[in-house]
Write a protein that binds this ligand. Structure first.
Ligand SMILES: *Cc1c(COP(=O)(O)O)cnc(C)c1O
Length: 225
């Protein structure tokens, strides 16, 4: 299977899942997760016309997307890079410069740093709050208990443009439970976007309200490094 065919297949699955659930398929965007993928596969996706990508490490993303010739992004005006991995405070400057959406806002210190850096660079990027729906101690994300106050802090104190919520469900639990929970919280807070669902479960996330699904291996094949 080529990358182009994989993209078509995944898009068709998104459309089918949305239509079956009575949702507008255009309301669900595919974030192609290009982390740990060889350059050629990422280029194949770009050539196929795909323009929304997810990366989980700032440095790796800089290597891949920053290595293009100066000014290349002008030719891809609609290209959107989503940061989907943990963001360290010392990488905030680089992240704000490179990415278009920050999906992993999860603590006050980071919210403050992002707010200050966005102001400095004049780049007011949409953010998602990452929610640790399974309350897993080793996992990033804010607990649902702390979410309302954290949301108010990000929007009120920091002036961040919080558009939605993001989650990575625990591996051993039915992901649909976590997607449903994230949807409940998005509705409570009144945020429009939900980033949920990966290769194994994006078709379950769509009926539960996903507006972004993050698919890596399902588009590019197995990661190589
Ligand atoms: C790697 C990754 C994905 C994509 O995973 P696949 O199973 O390859 O689709 C999605 N979301 C996050 C946060 C990731 O780190």
């Amino acid at each position: 299977m080529s990358i182009e065919e994989n993209l078509k297949t995944v898009q068709a699955q998104i459309v089918a899942a949305a239509e079956e659930a009575g949702r507008d398929p255009a309301a669900v965007q595919l974030v192609a997760v290009s982390k740990k993928q060889p350059e050629a596969r990422v280029e194949a996706a770009l050539i196929a016309g795909h323009l929304v990508f997810g990366e989980n490490r700032v440095q790796e993303a800089q290597g891949r997307w920053g290595s293009f010739e100066e000014g290349w992004r002008a030719d891809y005006a609609d290209l959107k890079l989503h940061l989907i991995g943990p963001l360290q405070s010392n990488k905030v400057k680089d992240a704000v410069a490179l990415f278009d959406v920050i999906e992993t806002l999860d603590r006050e210190k980071l919210a403050r740093a992002l707010s200050a850096e966005m102001e400095r660079q004049g780049r007011h990027l949409p953010c998602f709050i990452q929610v640790n729906t399974g309350d897993e101690p080793q996992k990033a994300g804010i607990s649902t208990d702390a979410l309302p106050d954290f949301y108010d802090f990000c929007v009120g104190e920091c002036g961040l443009d919080v558009r939605g919520l993001m989650c990575i469900p625990p591996v051993n639990e039915p992901s649909a439970l976590h997607f449903g929970l994230l949807k409940v919280w998005a509705d409570r807070l009144g945020v429009p976007d939900l980033s949920m669902g990966m290769s194994a479960d994006f078709e379950k996330a769509v009926p539960l309200g996903a507006t972004y699904v993050r698919v890596g291996s399902g588009v590019f094949g197995d990661r190589v490094f």
